[in-house]
Write a protein that binds this ligand. Structure first.
Ligand code: ADP
Length: 347
């Protein structure tokens, strides 16, 4: 089967020397046509960099990216017509109406006047935006504005749609609404969707297949069910009332029969057990015997968080926080550099 999207050995480094950041270290995956493919990873994992390469906004140091049968490095112009791209930041004109935004987009892609009207009406109807079509878009709700971004990306009927963190900042209701729209894109139009997200439940709900990406590398690939099914037993999480008891808690938990894969993350211990319900009394007794007071103890079926924990060796949420801290630092460095350049000083 020919894939709609294929990445092979993508490597990308930002900057040089001591400040160089290796964003991708050999990322590879293949996306079957007409499916939603998830690129799931914490902040700083390399998701946007991968998307930027596929959308011709960035070039890799090495490796190949093929979309709709076109090599991105060799035919960037044709690639831009074959794809739609919804970046993280809004891309509509807030001072124009919804219809004006779609019309402008149609002109950018060289569509005829009648096609622009037909396609624009179709998309406004389809995304539930027809009633607001003639209102200035800055007066629209966040959910409506995000849908307009997707409609704009679909205006020229692309074969492949790239969505970079499409629901970040949306309230739960607008997020659920957007999930339904994204599923509709593959079902109604046969468009292949590559979706980047750092929401585990979003990947779980939407993706037919996904890769988990961590520190610029693919650490796991499969359907959400395959990935979760690869983990045996239940996930146990112990939250400690006193984080300084982490070592004592670790020792106590490790001594209980049937408990494995213990990892510590601040005041939390994660472990895997064959049968959660059966192991719980022994766990509580062991913690009590070691003088450790848990604030809470939970047992759950495996989630994508557990899959990430198994492959990356840290919890998704702690990685997400660490990635965010790194990004802030990078942004500070970049803005300092920009100020220096603006004031005429060389670095
Ligand atoms: P994600 O989308 O998963 O949050 P990114 O692809 O944005 O990750 O970033 C991957 C890594 O590359 C991070 O360490 C990030 O700080 C760094 N990075 C991204 N863009 C730039 C840039 N323009 N200059 C320097 N470093 C960057």
């Amino acid at each position: 089967m020919q894939h709609a999207i294929e990445a092979k050995g993508l490597v990308k480094t930002y900057g040089k020397g001591a400040k160089a950041v290796r964003a991708l270290s050999g990322v590879g995956f293949a996306v079957p046509r007409g499916t939603v493919f998830g690129l799931l990873g914490p902040n700083g994992a390399g998701k946007s960099t991968t998307t930027k390469i596929f959308t011709t906004l960035s070039t890799p140091d090495s490796g190949t990216a093929v979309v709709a049968g076109l090599d991105v490095a060799k035919e960037p112009g044709r690639v831009r017509h074959a794809i739609g791209y919804v970046p993280q930041k809004p891309c509509f004109d807030p001072t124009a109406t919804g219809r004006e935004n779609l019309t402008l987009q149609g002109h950018v892609y060289g569509m005829s006047g009648s096609d622009i009207r037909t396609r624009g009406d179709q998309l406004l109807e389809r995304f539930g935006l027809a009633d607001a079509a003639n209102r200035i878009t800055k007066t629209w709700s966040g959910g409506m504005q995000r849908k307009l971004d997707v409609a704009l990306a679909l205006m020229h009927r692309p074969q492949v749609l790239f969505l970079d963190e499409p629901t970040t900042g949306l309230d739960p209701e607008a997020r659920a609404d957007m999930w339904a729209e994204i599923s509709g894109v593959t079902q109604a139009d046969g468009v292949t969707v590559l979706l980047t997200t750092h929401y585990l439940e979003e990947a779980d709900q939407l993706a037919d297949r996904l890769v988990i990406i961590d520190r610029g590398q693919v650490v796991a690939e499969g359907t959400p069910e395959e990935l979760k099914g690869g983990l045996e037993g239940d996930a146990v999480q112990v939250e400690l009332a006193d984080p300084s008891q982490q070592e004592a808690a670790h020792r106590a938990v490790a001594a209980v029969r049937g408990v494995g894969e213990i990892t510590a993350d601040g005041a939390r211990l994660h472990a895997r057990v064959g049968n959660g319900a059966a192991t719980l009394p022994g766990l509580l007794a062991a913690l009590d015997g070691a003088g450790v007071a848990p604030a809470s103890l939970t047992v759950a079926r495996p989630s994508l968080d557990d899959v990430y924990l198994r492959h990356a060796g840290r919890s998704f949420h702690s990685a997400d926080r660490a990635g965010l801290a790194g990004a802030t630092q990078t942004e500070v460095e970049v803005s300092t550099a920009a100020r220096r350049t603006a004031s005429g000083r060389q670095q």
